[in-house]
Write a protein that binds this ligand. Structure first.
Ligand SMILES: Cc1ncc(COP(=O)(O)O)c(C=O)c1O
Length: 368
């Protein structure tokens, strides 16, 4: 058995469904449930007796996360989802000035700034692509911050974050990894990213409830907007008058941690790291290329940008997307509707056979 066939044993969902929906959420591999269950068993049997052990495991997970994106553990803070992470970033950067973003963006990358009264310049996409060149200082509106998704949620357009890092100049680069991390490697330092946020439930295969933000050490010199009793160096002093914030990003974990989701996230990232991020990315792109070819063979139109902008998501033009999703679902094929058609995702747990089944259903739908 090839590695990619073997991993399917860890994902019971893929033998029950033709699961082409990682961009919505991924099923979790068995080690995630095992980690979460082991935690709840301890809680059930011993109450709070394992508190110190859980705190130590949380720090192990922080180190695993940091290694995964080439950051330092003190630059990582756990969040419930991407949106909470983006808000932490906005807390630190909102006073700097305007933001540059793409008009294709997922709203959680743009609205939290607008909500604080920050002006967001939305650069128009051309043929589904917002090129990094549009963000160049010489041509773009003046701004203090660039905010960009590594992969766009709508059409799967993948961005070269190194290119953004190279052109950002004095501006801060904020990246959203919700549709990318777990499918594509990330090197926050190498790419010149100042802050990053992601959830865990999509390409990371970690389930709901834990994501994280990366806040570079330079940004951590700024005071956080929120704090709680566990944000301080000596929480057990219970001092109501004096406190020193922990210097790391952990200061933004305000109270008792959601250990279950954090341990699930740790298990998922350990699992993905074991497979290798480069190998996963290559497999995701291989399946995506296969899907694109089959969709075109079926006489259907792919709307996602091609070449280096390709990711694990393919937007396929189709009439009446809600009805198309329901039709595919009746054939056991799970995808997402978009205004222009269907968003079909391929992750490493998919196979060419999944793609064939999905495209066969799509062809039958299109033939009416
Ligand atoms: C680019 C991007 N950011 C964020 C999210 C989701 O944010 P959250 O993790 O807060 O639910 C999505 C979901 O589709 C997304 O595509």
């Amino acid at each position: 058995l090839s590695l990619w066939t073997e991993v399917r044993r860890d994902f019971p969902a893929v033998s029950r469904h033709v699961y082409l929906n990682a961009a919505a959420a991924s099923p979790t591999p068995r080690p995630v449930r095992e980690a979460v269950t082991a935690f709840y068993r301890q809680l059930e049997e011993d109450g709070d007796g394992h508190w110190d052990e859980w705190l130590a495991r949380r720090e192990q997970v922080r180190a695993v996360v940091a290694r995964f994106i080439h950051a330092e553990p003190d630059e990582i803070t756990f969040t419930p989802n991407t949106s909470a992470g983006i808000n932490l970033i906005v807390d630190l950067l909102e006073k700097d000035g305007d933001v540059l973003a793409a008009d294709l963006e997922f709203p959680t990358v743009t609205l939290p700034w607008i909500h604080r009264g920050v002006r967001v310049h939305l650069l128009p996409a051309r043929d589904g692509i917002v090129s990094p060149a549009a963000f160049a200082e010489a041509s773009a509106p003046g701004a203090a911050t660039i905010a960009v998704s590594h992969v766009q949620f709508s059409n799967g357009c993948r961005q070269d974050l190194d290119a953004f890092g190279a052109l950002k100049g004095e501006r801060r680069l904020v990246a959203c990894g919700s549709q990318a991390l777990g499918a594509f490697p990330l090197d926050v330092r190498g790419s010149g990213i100042d802050a990053f946020a992601t959830g865990g439930h999509k390409w990371l295969c970690a389930g709901y409830g834990a994501g994280f933000a990366y806040l570079s050490r330079a940004l951590l010199r700024r005071a956080p907007r929120e704090m709680g009793w566990l944000s301080v160096e000596d929480p057990y002093a219970f001092d109501n008058r004096r406190y020193t914030l922990v210097p790391g990003a952990r200061r933004s974990e305000l109270g008792c941690p959601p250990f279950g989701p954090i341990f699930g996230l740790g298990a998922a990232i350990e699992y993905l790291s074991g497979l290798g991020t480069e190998a996963i990315a290559a497999r995701v792109l291989e399946l995506n290329a296969y899907l694109t070819a089959r969709v075109e063979d079926a006489g259907l139109r792919v709307l996602s940008p091609s070449g280096a902008h390709r990711s694990g998501q393919t937007l396929v033009a189709i009439a009446d997307p809600p009805r198309a999703v329901a039709f595919l679902q009746s054939r056991g094929v799970l995808v997402t509707e978009k205004p222009q058609g269907l968003r079909i995702s391929t992750h490493f747990y998919n196979t060419e056979e999944d793609v064939d089944k999905g495209v066969a259903a799509l062809r039958d739908y299109a033939r009416g």
